[in-house]
Design a protein around this ligand. Structure first.
Ligand code: FES
Ligand code: MG
Length: 592
């Protein structure tokens, strides 16, 4: 599992030697690059033989899920040094899901762009990517992919299990559930507010199979972590052990010339889809995986998620789809035990960062708790068939979403997966909040709640607002789920019969902009369709509502303006058009 050739020298000239080497001429440039770096390092640290490893560090006190990454960085540094490299802390843009407004997703691409440029601009030969909270791992991978040097991920790990009143309380999921109980009048506000310390108990990212856990699963299934490391709880000593081993490994990868492009291939991307489906992972993975693939020039479409995911049974019983939390998954055998159950569905060819294929790590992986990881022959949800929609992400199409929309059947209510109902339209999340609890709102349990103007362009960043709380009127009838449709996203910790990522979004002229109250909508997940049952001629006569148009973003300056002008649809990964692809690692001009 660790690098073998400790202290081994490189055959080829290291990239960093372009900076530190003695070169031609009067040697002034190399002098400048070395002289300022030599403080605290021996003279041979920059002799052109020691791989320079940047530890891209998203630690930040304002990204509470990543607060502890400085500690991990130190363990990585130790491993790099043991293997004869130089480990260098490189703080990069960090995004915390819970604090930044209006949504961390607005800056995933900005973070990825800034990281990419710093990876390229600096004298580094390899990268260790430290992430945790939702957007950090995808941004790091997008950036590293566009530079194309050796890279390996250390996922920061989930926090310990939350427990509230004797029950597991998962991050996010518990918040959605308990706040709904407050709205329904079955839990006091005081009891709800007192639950926060029971939910968040330690360092680490959200402990549900939310987006952060899904990104860790994704990174490992892509081959980008030391196999077995993803999901190691943040406070667990084994995470530091794995971090140190990762430090040794990256030095070896530099010597071997094994780059991120050797590890992430179409085969490993499909393996990641399989892993995420078996785990009941977050819908956000769809956007992030497509964006990563786009950086590498690998074709990956929405339909790949459906066709690959449909073959996969749901095996992992974690919130929000199930009952347990990440610490339980780790103790039950972890991701490798899950992957061992679906080994036949994995592409055996893709290698991991170690140089060996992922499937090599799946022999003799036992499941220690079958309540947490269901065996293949007794899955929580079987693979798709005539009777079921399967465990993965279902991609819906129809006149309401010609470019596609997604739903996570495992987080939805079975009885709503085939549904016809009348639309109630909200032109913004503010419009929704103003009217949802109006006693005069004409809503029944069969209504279909529509929230629009929340796509990447309309509400820049595409916020996680699609899992609309139900109207109080409906909650009081004991109902806990309704069909909801939006061009926005939902938190990976959320659940419900929610159709997400409708494309094209309303702001880009999608049909969603034309829906009116009372229109009939037909959802048919088995047949993968989402239809607005209004005649074409009638739709041709309609124009978007003035309230929707007024609410759409029109930024005058800064990142938001750049974002609105260049962001692509959710159906292709919501990257900026000019960031798709790669620029490589070469920098030809000097700084002085
Ligand atoms: Fe950071 Fe959930 S808020 S992972
Ligand atoms: Mg720091």
């Amino acid at each position: 599992m660790v690098a073998e050739n400790i202290g081994g020298g490189s055959e080829q000239r290291l990239r960093s030697d372009e900076w530190y080497g003695y070169g031609d001429g009067d040697g002034r440039d190399g002098y400048i690059h070395r002289a300022w770096m030599q403080r605290g390092y021996p003279a041979d640290a920059f002799d052109g033989k020691r791989p320079q490893i940047a530890i891209a560090n998203t630690a930040s006190d304002l990204t509470p899920c990543n607060m502890h990454l400085d500690e991990i960085m130190q363990s990585v540094k130790l491993g790099v040094a043991e293997a004869g490299g130089i480990g260098l802390d490189l703080p990069v843009v960090s995004l915390g899901e819970t604090l930044v407004k209006p949504t961390a997703m607005l800056w995933r691409n900005m973070a990825a762009m800034a990281m990419e440029e710093m990876f390229r601009a600096n004298p580094i030969d390899g990268l260790v990517l430290l992430g945790g909270c939702d957007k950090t791992i995808p941004a790091l991978l997008m950036a590293a992919a566009s530079v194309g040097i050796p890279a390996v991920v250390v996922p920061g790990g989930p926090m310990m299990n939350g427990m509230f009143r004797g029950q597991r309380m998962g991050c996010g999921t518990g918040t959605w559930q308990l706040s709904e109980e407050v709205r329904a009048g079955t839990l006091s506000k005081e009891a709800f507010l007192a639950s926060d310390r029971s939910m968040i108990r330690s360092k680490g990212h959200c402990n549900t199979m939310g987006t952060a856990s899904t990104m860790a699963v994704m990174a490992e299934a892509l081959g980008m972590t030391i196999p077995g490391l993803a999901g190691t709880p943040a406070p667990d000593a084994r995470l530091l052990e794995g971090s140190q081993a990762t430090g040794r490994l990256i030095v070896d990868m530099v010597h071997q010339g094994r780059t991120i492009g050797d590890v992430i291939t179409r085969g490993s991307l499909l393996n990641a889809i399989t892993a995420i489906a078996a785990c009941g992972g977050s819908t956000n993975a769809v956007i992030h995986l497509m964006a990563i693939a786009g950086r590498l020039g690998i074709e990956l479409t929405l339909d790949d998620f459906d066709s690959v995911g449909a073959r996969v049974p749901l095996l992992v019983n974690l919130q929000p789809s199930g009952a347990f939390l990440m610490e339980d998954l780790y103790n039950a055998g972890g991701l490798l035990a899950v992957l061992a159950e679906v080994k036949d569905l994995l592409d055996p060819a893709p290698i991991t960062v170690t140089g060996r294929p992922l499937v090599d790590y799946l022999d003799d992986r036992a499941i220690w708790n079958t309540e947490v990881i269901a065996p293949r022959d007794a899955p929580l949800i079987p693979a798709a068939s005539e009777e079921t929609s399967g465990a993965g992400i279902a991609v819906l199409r129809g006149n309401l979403a010609p470019n596609g929309a997604i739903i996570k059947p495992s987080a939805a209510s079975a009885h709503l997966l085939q549904h016809r109902g009348k639309a109630i339209v909200f032109d913004s999340i503010e419009d929704f909040h103003a009217r949802v609890d109006d006693p005069d709102l004409d809503v029944t349990p069969d209504s279909v709640l529509i929230l629009r103007g929340c796509g990447p362009m309309g509400y820049p960043g595409m916020p996680e607002v699609a899992n609309l709380p139900l109207p109080q009127k409906i909650l009081k009838q004991g109902i806990r789920d309704m069909v909801r449709i939006s061009d926005g996203r939902m938190s990976g910790t959320a659940y419900g019969t929610v159709v997400l990522h409708v494309a094209p979004e309303a702001a880009a002229g999608g049909t969603l902009a034309l829906v009116q109250d009372g229109d009939e909508i037909v959802l048919d997940v088995a047949n993968r369709s989402i239809v607005l049952d209004v005649p074409e001629e009638e739709l041709a006569r309609r124009t978007p509502s003035p309230a929707l148009v007024a609410g759409l973003a029109s930024a005058k300056r800064g990142w938001e303006r750049l974002y609105i002008e260049h962001v692509q649809g959710a159906d292709t990964g919501a990257d900026l058009d000019f960031l798709v692809g790669a620029s490589g690692s070469e920098v030809t001009r000097e700084s002085h």
